[in-house]
Ligand binder design. Structure first.
Ligand code: PMP
Length: 426
């Protein structure tokens, strides 16, 4: 049997250092909210492979659907010979994505690809080539999505400048002194200083920022963004790669914002651990690109489509949207109780089960406490809990536990977090 240490050594010889790793662990198997490493140690998984496992590891229905699909076909390439699961999934998503208008859906494999394609579609539909994205945004690791992503190090550091025509607006975040007015003013500033609105194809926004720190926009802000887009013929793109697929208590976070995006991207938990992503938007906008302009060899793989159809069924059968709200409430209450004892926790926030705490030195929101955050993540791992940090200063602890979690496991996780804070701050 190999140890984690031996495998980490082999990894450093075989895999480039640019592929980071949060926990020095090699996983051997997993089930719902639990993971076992190669040494047989069990962990409670509050990371969900970065927001991919809203239905847990290897949900039996997802496994069954994939096994059934594997007996039929695993690949034809949808652009060569189409297959029904792709079509069925698009029909369902055209209904599920918010927006009271006819929609069409494109399937791809990763979130980055989804965002890339969303912008391509917006450019073709508007015949414009500028894009506005926000501070703290994360949209992916391809060249164009790195332009959209609002954090240079580590994502594009050392790689030179990314493609142009992306303009940066302020993401509204009251905790750090950016009001909705400030954020809207920053867009007007772009229109005045950098690019006329007639040259902007799209405004891309995460309704709840993921990697950027789990900051939710308000419905009032989204309404203002919608109005601005309508006024200038700009496509509003909601990147729901992390906030979508039920994490926030509605299938898409935009359902809670009172307005619909023209184009929506999704990925991650949509297929319960299989590589699938996509773009859903206004039918006429989605048709702006001519035949042959969209697609990919593996885009919308039959295996991933079968998994996704099962995930959507599981959501209904197990009432997982309701569960997301309940899990979110329990986590929020538990974390607020911990925060009462530890002034380093300056904020407990989230939408549905997309919950985070932000850590400051002496409770001062100007002093992000990355060191303590890293310490809590490491201590929690030693106690058998897998956590993730995020945020521009790595001082946010986020929870992306499967929504299929048992109540006792949530409590177990909260107890470990409480113990880590007690030990780290004594
Ligand atoms: N958009 C958002 C909001 C994300 O959170 C991510 C992944 N963290 C991406 C896009 C990119 O997705 P992927 O890693 O599948 O390319």
């Amino acid at each position: 049997m190999s140890t984690n240490k031996e495998l980490m050594q082999r990894r450093s010889n075989a895999v480039p250092r640019g592929v980071g790793q949060i926990h020095p662990i090699f996983a051997a198997r997993a089930e719902n909210c639990r993971v076992w490493d190669v040494e047989g140690r069990e962990y409670l998984d509050f990371a969900g492979g970065i927001a991919v496992l809203n239905t847990g590891h290897l949900h039996p229905q997802v496994v069954r659907a994939v096994e059934e699909q594997l007996k039929k076909l695993s690949h034809t390439c949808f652009q060569v010979l189409a297959y029904e699961p792709y079509l069925e999934l698009c029909e369902i998503l055209n209904q599920k994505v918010p927006g009271d208008f006819p929609k069409k859906t494109l399937l791809v494999s990763t979130g980055s690809e989804a965002v890339e394609n969303a912008v391509k579609i917006a450019r073709a539909a508007t015949k414009r080539n500028g894009t506005i994205a926000f501070t703290g945004a994360y949209h992916g690791r391809t060249h164009y999505t790195l332009s959209l992503t609002g954090k240079v190090a580590p994502y594009s550091a050392g790689m030179g400048l990314m493609p142009g025509h992306v303009y940066r607006a302020l993401f509204p975040c009251a905790l750090h002194g950016v009001s909705d007015d400030d954020a809207i003013a920053s867009i007007h500033r772009i229109f005045k200083n950098d690019a006329a609105p007639e040259d902007i194809a799209a405004i891309v926004i995460e309704p709840v920022q993921g990697e950027g720190g789990f900051y939710a926009t308000s419905p009032a802000f989204m309404q203002r963004l919608r109005d601005l887009c309508d006024e200038h013929g700009i496509m509003l793109i909601a990147d729901e790669v992390q906030s979508g697929a039920g994490r926030t208590g509605t299938f898409f976070a935009m359902e809670q914002m009172g307005v619909a995006a023209d184009i929506t991207t999704f990925a991650k938990s949509i297929a319960g651990g299989f590589p699938l992503a996509g773009v859903t938007g206004r039918a006429e906008v989605m048709d702006a690109i001519a035949p042959g302009g969209l697609g990919g060899t593996y885009a919308g793989s039959p295996i991933a489509c079968a998994a996704s159809l099962a995930v959507i069924k599981v959501f209904e059968q197990e009432d997982l949207l309701q569960k997301a709200k309940a899990v979110g409430n329990t986590l929020r209450e538990g974390l607020l109780a911990i925060a009462e004892k530890h002034r380093e926790i300056g904020d407990v926030r989230g939408l549905g089960a997309m919950i985070a705490i932000e850590l400051f030195e002496d409770g001062d929101s100007h002093k992000p406490n990355a060191a303590l955050t890293a310490q809590i993540v490491a201590r929690a791992r030693d106690k058998g809990l897998i956590l993730l940090s995020c945020g521009p200063y790595y001082n946010v602890l986020r929870i992306l536990v499967p929504l299929t979690v048992e109540p006792v496991q949530i409590q177990q996780g909260l107890d470990i977090i409480a113990a880590c804070f007690d030990e780290a701050t004594q």
